[in-house]
Design a binder for this molecule. Sequence first.
Ligand code: R5P
Length: 319
Amino acid sequence: MPSYSDKILLIAGTAHTELARRISTELDIPLCAAHVGRFPDGEIDIKIEDDIRGGDCFVLQPLCPPVNENWAELLLLLDCLKRASAGRITAVLPYYGYARKDRKDEGRVPISAKVVANTITGCGASRVLTVDMHAAQIQGFYDIPVDHLYAKPVLLQALQDLRIERPVIVTPDVGGVKMARAYAKALGDTDLAIVDKRRISGSEIAVEHMIGEVDGRNVVIVDDMISTGGSISEAARICKENGARTIVLAVTHAVFCGPAVKRLEASPADTILVTDTIPRHGPSPSKLKVVSVAPLLAKAILNLHDSKSLSVLFDSLDT
Ligand code: R5P
C-alpha cells in the first residue's frame, strides 16, 4: 500500500488542460506548476516545478487524439513523479484510448489495451481512474486498482432537463444493450430498441434493420463514443426512416475524428449531448451540447484521497 501525505497534487498533461482546470476549480486546488513541452525534434520535455515528495498525485490526461503523443506524455509524467518520490500516483484517464483493441480477434494483431495497461503500471502508476471504458474487462489487465466511473449520471441529468416525452432508448449495436437498458431503467422503464449494425471497415458501417418500435416516438440513442460518427449517424438515419419524431444522441466520449462532424451535421439528430472527457478542437456540429464530468472526477479524486468508497459515484450499468 503506498503511503502519502495529506496533500492532493493535480498534475496536468497537455491533452485536455481545460478539463484539468475545471477539476482544479471544483476541488479548489491549483494545478501543479509544470512545464510539459517539446524539444525541437518533437521529443517530450517535462519538468515539474513544485515539490511533490510524498504527495497524493493525480495525473490528468485523457488518451484522446493525438493518442500516441498523449500516451507518451502520460508515461513520462508518471515516470517523472515516481522519480520525484511521489507518495501515490493515480493516472486519471477521462478517456481510455486503445480500449477497442482488447483481444486478439484475428491472427498477428496486438492487444493494444494490454500494452497501454503494462506501460501505465510500469511507469509508476499506483492506481487508475477512468470513465466509461469501451470494455470494462480491461480492468483485469491491471494488477493495481482501477476505478471505473460511468458518465451516466451526468448525461442522465442533461436528458432529464430536456423533458423528453415517452422516450425510446436505442442502442446502435447489440454490444450497447446493457448501457441502453440502464438508461431506459433510469428514465422510468422506457422502451428499448436495437440497431442491427455491421462494421464494414474502421469508418464504414452498414445498417439495414432495427429491432423495436420507434414510430412516432422520441428517440434517445446512447453510446460510449462517437469516433468517425458512422455508427450513430446510421442509427439516427434508420430511426428516422422508421418514423422517429425527435432524436437525441447521448454519448460519453466525443472523439470526433475523420468525417464525424460532417456526418453528425447531416444526420437527423436534433440534439447531440456529449461530455467533456475529450477536448473540442476545430468545428463542432451545430446541435452539440457538452456537459462536464469535472464534478464527477473531482468527487472521485477527493474520495480516493480520503480513502472513502467510490461506490456512491458508481451509478453503474447493472440493472
Ligand atoms: C462500438 O462498439 C462503439 O460503442 C461505438 O459505437 C463505435 O466505436 C463508434 O465508432 P464510429 O463513430 O466510428 O462508428
